[in-house]
Design a protein. Structure first.
Lengths: 111, 172
C-alpha cells in the first residue's frame, strides 16, 4: 500500500482530490476555495503599509492561513515519510520552516 | 455600579477568550484539509517546475489532466450543492458570492501567467514547496523581502523628495 502511495500519483487521482476540496471547504464552513488570497492576508497582517487594499479585517480570513499552513505541513510530511530525504533537502526545509514560522508566528501570537 | 461594570468587563474578556479558542478549534479542520491538499500537490508533482514548463510547451497532458479534472469535479460538486441545497455541517446555507468582472483582472491574469511560466510555481504549490524543501522557494521569499524593502525605501525616502520637487516647481 505504502509503495503505491510513494510513487507519483496519476493526474486523475490528483485532479479528483483537488476538485473535491472545493465542496469540502464549502461544506465545512462555507469557505470559497482559494490560496492566492492568503498572500494578501499575510501582507495585510504583517506589513499593511497604509495601502487601502490591505486595510481590512484579515482576522476574519484566518481559516485561509490555517489552510495554507496545512499545505506547508503536507509538504513536510510528504518529504519526511513519503520519500527518503537527502541532506540538502533536510537542510533546506529546515530553512524553509524557519522562514515560514517567522511569517506565521505573528498570526498565532495575535490570535 | 462599579462592581457591575467590572463584572461586565470580565464577562467581555471571557467571551473574547472563548471566541479565540473556538477560532483555533474551528480552524483546525482547515489545517487538516490543507495537509491532505499539500500531500496531493507533492505526490501529483504539481510542485515540480518541470511539470509546469512541460505544460506551457504542450509536451505533456499531465497538468492539463489535473487542472481539467479538478475544474470538472469542482463544477459538478458545486452544481450538486446548489441543486440539492446541501447545508454546511453547522447547518448554514451555502452562499457562493458572485464574482464581479473588472478590467484589472485581465492584467492581473497576464501577470499571474508571466509569473507562473517564469518561476514554474503558483501560490498554492509554493507553500507545499517550502514544506517539501525546495530551496528555490526560499529564494523567492528572500527576493520578495528584498523588493518589499526597495518599495518601502522608495516610499519613505524618495517619494517625499519627488513631491517636494514638484511642489517647488509649482511655486516657481
Amino acid at each position: 500500500m505504502l509503495d503505491v502511495i510513494k510513487q507519483p500519483w496519476s493526474w486523475y487521482v490528483v485532479g479528483t482530490l483537488i476538485g473535491l476540496t472545493v465542496p469540502i471547504l464549502l461544506l465545512l464552513g462555507n469557505k470559497p476555495f482559494g490560496i492566492s488570497s492568503s498572500l494578501r492576508h499575510i501582507c495585510a497582517a504583517c506589513f499593511p503599509s497604509n495601502l487601502s487594499y490591505f486595510k481590512y479585517n484579515w482576522k476574519k480570513e484566518i481559516w485561509n492561513l490555517f489552510f495554507v499552513a496545512g499545505v506547508f505541513l503536507g509538504g513536510v510530511i510528504a518529504s519526511f515519510f513519503l520519500k527518503d530525504p537527502s541532506l540538502v533537502a533536510t537542510i533546506s526545509f529546515m530553512i524553509g520552516g524557519i522562514l515560514v514560522t517567522w511569517f506565521v508566528l505573528p498570526f498565532i501570537l495575535k490570535l | 455600579m462599579t462592581s457591575n461594570k467590572e463584572e461586565n468587563d470580565e464577562f467581555a474578556i471571557s467571551v473574547e477568550s472563548i471566541e479565540s479558542k473556538n477560532k483555533i478549534a474551528s480552524n483546525i479542520k482547515f489545517l487538516l484539509v490543507g495537509i491532505v491538499f499539500g500531500i496531493t500537490f507533492v505526490k501529483g508533482e504539481i510542485i515540480s517546475w518541470f511539470r509546469i514548463q512541460e505544460m506551457f510547451r504542450f509536451d505533456s497532458f499531465h497538468m492539463y489532466g489535473v487542472i481539467g479534472s479538478a475544474t470538472l469535479i469542482g463544477i459538478i460538486s458545486v452544481f450538486l450543492i446548489k441543486r440539492f441545497q446541501i447545508k454546511t455541517i453547522q447547518g448554514e446555507e451555502i452562499k457562493i458570492e458572485p464574482k464581479e468582472f473588472n478590467k484589472g483582472q485581465i492584467y492581473g491574469g497576464l501577470l499571474f501567467g508571466f509569473g507562473w511560466a517564469l518561476t514554474g510555481a503558483c501560490p498554492g504549490p509554493l507553500f507545499a514547496e517550502v514544506g517539501y524543501g525546495f530551496y528555490r522557494c526560499d529564494c523567492y521569499i528572500f527576493i520578495c523581502r528584498f523588493w518589499h524593502l526597495v518599495l518601502w525605501f522608495t516610499k519613505r525616502h524618495i517619494t517625499p523628495l519627488i513631491i517636494k520637487n514638484k511642489n517647488q516647481s509649482k511655486l516657481k
